[in-house]
Design a protein around this ligand. Sequence first.
Ligand code: ATP
Length: 245
Amino acid sequence: LLERVRSQAQQGTESRYGRRAHDMQPCLLVAEHQTHGRGRQGRAWLSSPGASLTFSLGLPLDLADWGGLSLAIGCAIAEALEPSSCLAAGQRPRLELKWPNDLWLDGRKLGGILIETVPAGEQRMVIIGVGLNIQALAGEPDTQPGATFNTGFASLSEFDATLDGPTVLARIAPAMARCLRDFPQGGFAAWTEAYARRDLTLGQPVSAGALEGIARGVAADGSLQVDTAQGLQSVSAGEVSLRLS
Ligand code: ATP
């Protein structure tokens, strides 16, 4: 993955990744044991040594519009593990996505994607943090305040018992690299169809902050469309948590 993103970034001043992208090196950090994982709004991300795949990919990426990058990355990961092309017509995928940054398996949360940008000289660096449960975690109940569901976590072993962390990383890394390569040009618009197929909340009653309604999918800018009593409203990821009501 590192080699692929590096070669993209080193296209220099002509790079789609920014005029001075060649000044900074992409880096990939994989934690053998993550002790202080976090999700959005400082929520804890739990992991156990040997049972979790947790890594951060940092790379220079000057994007005018970040909308939907976490959705696209989530889609790329899900597609790498469960290609839509292998599903029968009308077959529901087991791996689904919950806006804006969750990966779910069979109705329970399997993983999360956290995208942040940090200043790096005159540019910004994007850090894409991914946490995936590979095996069941040692019994931590999900009792944190603000947790959406207390249904327990899913693990990829339920999907394919032969998967281990390195195998999963090797499978999802090229898919992430392709997603990152193409995102500056195509944005989330290129993923809307793939996302819709895995959209966990599509047609479901949801609440996001004070807003309540029926989820109607995600627009090309990555915003969630919610049908409310006041009409169709767009919700951008920001700090809002989405609840299935
Ligand atoms: P939520 O999933 O509660 O709606 P969110 O999508 O904003 O919130 P994040 O902030 O990305 O979630 O992730 C943090 C939350 O994920 C925690 O509050 C906890 O509910 C859940 N969580 C923490 N560790 C794990 C894990 N290993 N597997 C699945 N879910 C986890």
